[in-house]
Ligand binder design. Sequence first.
Ligand SMILES: Cc1cc2nc3c(=O)[nH]c(=O)nc-3n(C[C@H](O)[C@H](O)[C@H](O)COP(=O)(O)OP(=O)(O)OC[C@H]3O[C@@H](n4cnc5c(N)ncnc54)[C@H](O)[C@@H]3O)c2cc1C
Length: 301
Amino acid sequence: MRLNAPFSLPEKTVEYFPILWYTSVKPINGAGAILPGGRTDGMNIFVCIKQVPATNKVQVDEKTGVLKRGGVASKMNPYDLYALETALRLKEAHGGRVTVGTMGPPQAQAIIREAYMMGADEGYVFSDRRLGGADVLATSYTLSQAIRSVGDFDLILCGRQTTDGDTAQVGPAIAEHMGIPHAAWVSRLTVRGDGVDAEQQLQDVIETVHIPFPCLITVEQDIYMPRLPSLKTARQIRDKEIHIQGLDSFLDTDESHYGLSGSPTQVERIFPPETDREHEVWTGPDSADRLREQLRKWKFI
Ligand SMILES: Cc1cc2nc3c(=O)[nH]c(=O)nc-3n(C[C@H](O)[C@H](O)[C@H](O)COP(=O)(O)OP(=O)(O)OC[C@H]3O[C@@H](n4cnc5c(N)ncnc54)[C@H](O)[C@@H]3O)c2cc1C
């Protein structure tokens, strides 16, 4: 965690200091980002988005353990809408570009178009038969290679998790493959100096960390309310190109690192996790007394 000043003060310190001080403590995405290489052309942001079934009643293939996606309507993973909204707001505050990308079948172009309608500048579908059957490790490795093949990014944003695979591991794993720092479950993000202050909602505590660019963040749903796709933009982006890239565009073209052959895990069974947490529900007028009694018993008060 770094707490040093995010900027150097101008020479007229006394005159300007109060304004700068106010800017530094107010949690807005204000100016002042110090980008890698001293660039001043705005933030280069990549958002990972995934197409998921538009229903929570997807069945699992008993033999392979893989979700049966055929014939099921699809949508953008809801958490990725929050990641995209965060990227668009950062771009509005700092300038720059927002690129979105998904690993999936060619039909995943639909969510790229949706992202264009929200304001994304560029979109990629990483689609290749050789990428099929990927587990989390292979998926995150593919995305790390894919992102690298597109360009250098100051910030990579992911949703906290998907509503189908649901592992919440892909974002942090991409960061590991790329060798960059990350923070997960972030509900508040502020650009400060050479990086971001990320407020993470951990299980029992809220923690704020400062991590330098380039970095990866996975966001929670309460970070920002996603904007609606604009009809005006829909007309403007009707013919906007969606880039489709396969394994051959990656730096590492070794097929054994991708898809089923690059996946060390196999799904044996899918089931809700067991929990050892007990709970009681108290209702009625004596609930407060019972709660006080219980807290005393546990020595909390
Ligand atoms: C053995 C095995 C075989 C599998 N075979 C298949 C298969 O054939 N077809 C299939 O569709 N799935 C398959 N899966 C599931 C697949 O591995 C997961 O869907 C994938 O790893 C993403 O994990 P997740 O959905 O839990 O993502 P999470 O970790 O929950 O997602 C977090 C965030 O990462 C980003 N993200 C995740 N996935 C993508 C993506 N594809 N593109 C862009 N961004 C993304 C998003 O920002 C998302 O919000 C298989 C899994 C296993 C274990």
